[in-house]
Design a protein around this ligand. Structure first.
Ligand SMILES: [Zn+2]
Length: 456
């Protein structure tokens, strides 16, 4: 097996993937908080970790990918109140919209998509262990994690304990023993429509403990890769790591893998900034192929700029692949001397999932295949298909989209050209080729016979 390296946020180093159980990899990635339709920035972790799973499967691993849905959260309560609907109803509608929007990316579903509201028993049990072990305390129905009881706090985000702000606002802070502490459970307040019973009083869980419980329930403690956006490193992931390790005496995950943000005009794309481009709008405008290629064009750890020009560029690169695909010999092995490029593709993915470097190998391969097709010896498509399958773009080799299908008039001109060529009437064949060009078609003579290609 190839050595696969991932940049681990906790150690700050590139570390080899050494699965807890040989041949098996468990990945947990934090999913969206469902209070509105998701934007392109929210889609990035879904794409990165879905493609990472494909790569690991190509390498022979049995992968379990868990992406949760945060459906119990203050943002949902606020949005539901503003819209005048029940929070449970808003969360259910937005969860369905999230599934539909991400389905349209054509990457399949994660193996498990747990909901916070279906994991309440596990959450309550985990909080009870933290109280029992002296790492958490209840105050007037709230429960807080005692950060100073856990000396390793800050090891993930590398922040100094005294410079941390849990971002929980002033109201909750008054009940905390220390401003550094964070909420595991929030007591029910008048006007809130969702709550559950717990030994310390009726209420609802905090966001961080939800993920610790969902991840542990589905993957066990000490699973392989915990992922998510880099904006979650602190406080969300720092708190997940602290809670689980304090309760179980073992680390939550072996490696922490964080993706960079999507930026529009230099700013992080987030609802709070207001510069949203919704995923379903982006899909309608550019198509899933261009969107997937766009994400692959940036290294997952780096921020990626979002603009119509970037998407148009991605659409052109997709067209280049589709075009090259039409000149390949379908279902045939690729020439041995091109396998170095296929190897470069997989080596790039093994090296901290470097998709831009991998895609460069795809385009080098395509350029060489085109050169050979023009020289009259088209090559087999096996290598390209194998590479594109991993980045979920192998459909480009099967595309027979209606817009590009030659009509009857073009087909007839092509048949007459073939007849002229068979009769060795090359002048007539050339005239017919020019007539096809005037209709917007280029004739390409491949091993499987002549084909009509829409002129760009
Ligand atoms: Zn999470």
């Amino acid at each position: 097996m190839r050595t696969i390296a991932i940049h681990d946020t906790r150690s700050g180093r590139l570390l080899p993937l050494e699965p807890r159980e040989p041949g098996k990899v468990g990945i947990y990635a934090c999913g969206p908080t469902v209070y509105g339709r998701i934007h392109v920035g929210n889609a990035r972790p879904f794409v990165v970790f879905s493609l990472y799973k494909r790569f690991l499967e190509h390498e022979g691993y049995d992968v379990t990918f868990v992406a949760n849905v945060t459906d119990v959260n203050d943002k949902i309560y606020d949005a539901a109140r503003a819209a005048g609907v029940e929070s449970e109803q808003l969360a259910a509608e937005m969860t369905a919209a999230y599934v539909a929007d991400t389905d349209a990316l054509g990457l399949g579903r994660p193996d498990h998509e747990p909901l916070a509201r279906e994991t309440i028993d596990e959450i309550v049990a985990l909080i009870a262990v933290l109280i029992e072990r002296g790492h958490a305390y209840a105050v007037e129905g709230d429960v807080y994690f005692d950060v100073r009881s856990y000396p390793a706090y800050g090891e993930l985000s590398h922040r100094d304990v005294d410079q941390m702000d849990q971002g929980e606002g002033i109201s909750g802070a008054s009940l905390k023993r220390d401003p550094l502490d964070f909420a595991l459970w929030k007591a029910w307040k008048d006007g809130e429509d969702t709550s559950w019973d717990a030994p310390w009083g009726r209420g609802r869980p905090g966001w961080h403990i939800e993920c610790s419980a969902m991840a542990e329930t589905l993957l066990g403690v000490g699973f392989d890769v915990h992922g998510g956006g880099s904006d979650l490193v602190f406080p969300h992931h720092e708190n997940e790591a602290a809670q689980t390790c304090a309760a179980r005496g073992a680390p939550l995950a072996r490696l922490w893998m964080h993706n960079g943000m999507v930026r529009l005009e230099g700013e992080k794309m987030a609802k709070s900034v207001g510069n949203i481009f919704l995923l379903h709008e982006a899909l309608a405008a550019h198509g899933r192929d261009a969107l997937v290629a766009y994400f692959c064009g940036g290294h997952y750890r780096q921020p990626i700029a979002y603009s119509d020009e970037r998407l148009a560029e991605a659409a052109r690169s997709v067209e280049r692949i589709r075009e090259a695909g039409r000149r390949l010999v379908t279902g045939s092995a690729s020439p041995d001397d091109l396998s170095g490029l296929r190897e470069a593709f997989f080596a790039a993915l093994a090296d901290d999932f470097n998709t831009p470097r991998a895609m460069a190998a795809v385009f080098d391969w395509v350029r060489e295949a085109n050169r050979r097709a023009e020289a009259g010896s088209p090559v087999g498509d096996a290598d390209l298909r194998e590479m594109l399958q991993v980045v979920a773009l192998d459909n480009l080799l099967d595309a027979t989209d209606g817009a590009d299908a030659p009509d009857a008039a073009a087909q007839e001109l092509l048949a007459r050209r073939e007849a002229a060529r068979a009769a060795r009437d090359f002048a007539a064949a050339d005239t017919l080729r020019d007539e096809l060009a005037a209709l917007g078609w280029t004739v390409r003579d491949g091993a499987a016979g002549p084909e009509l290609i829409r002129r760009g």
